[in-house]
Ligand binder design. Sequence first.
Ligand SMILES: [Zn+2]
Length: 377
Amino acid sequence: MHITSWYTHNFEDRLEGRYITLKHLEPILDSYREVFNISVAGVTQTGLEIPQVVCGQGPIKVLIWSQMHGNESTTTKALFDFFKFISSNEQNSASLRATHTFYVLPMLNPDGAALYTRENANKVDLNRDAQHLSQRESVVLKRLFDTLEPDMCLNMHDQRTIFGLAEGFPATVSFLAPAAEVLKTITPARKQAMALILKMTHFLQDHCPNQIGRFDDSFNHNCVGDTFSSLGVPTILIEAGHYKNDYNKEQTRCFVFYALIALFAPEDVKQNDIIDYKEYFLLPENKKNFKDIVLYNVRTSRDAILKTVCFQYNEVLKGNTIIFELYVDSIEVDLVVYGHQSFDLQGGKILLNSHENIDFDKKILTIFDINQNLMLI
Ligand SMILES: [Zn+2]
């Protein structure tokens, strides 16, 4: 069966939306206790258990972690889709298990996940704690890395909707082979990471054309990926970004799942050496050139210069769901900026919440186009 049709019928439908916590994962992990080796990798600063899933029996040891930033749940959903695939009877699944052993921390920061914050319970960004190892969660990951001596690491994140590529495409999935030191030398480990990234991008280009990007490779030794890369282990950062009208990120999750299947496809393993890693540099670099909603050519005052008015959603946890609250983000004059949703006001005026003022602090409930007498939002 082709992987795309397998996915349509078999993805992990017990996980959906943006708010994914340990409570959501626990019953699913319980259902895998007979098939995978499920244990506790350690505890968080508040004492929550960090789950660890080990699956496969192959010689290639892969260390994977997701939700090190608590509010970045898309790759966690994709990992559970992946668990479903490798526990299935699909032919490719057996060969994938025979070639790899996966050591997965699907939620490194369960406190941040519950609070829907990037940081952990102590408000520490775990991806800036790779040297200090000041937090229990950081120690758990580093200890696993040290004892396991993995052949490959996957550092899985979400990226904000502000990231796009040239010519107005959103950066739906981005990759990085992190630098190992400030000069960004192409070390053997980086080379291997770049070749592996190309395995994924080659497959994804058919499903998500022009929306695959390359993340900035400035070196920061406080970042976990950079540290592991500097220790000589091929490490790949995967960033799940925005796809049109997909604020719950279910489509992006599917692309991340495809990327994992392409990455680990055993039939391609021997080809790693012959993929030219230099093609990695042809991937378009991420830019901060997108906003959630953009209004072009707005007359904001009596002066003749027309402005671009940009809006961003704030993600707010209410009860058990994430609410998207819209705010004015910036007013631009010359900057090229694209909108996931955009309108050309053609010199007309707007009313925000029925007022002419453009207020940065007020939640925007309505955007009205006066000239066309049209409610835009
Ligand atoms: Zn992140």
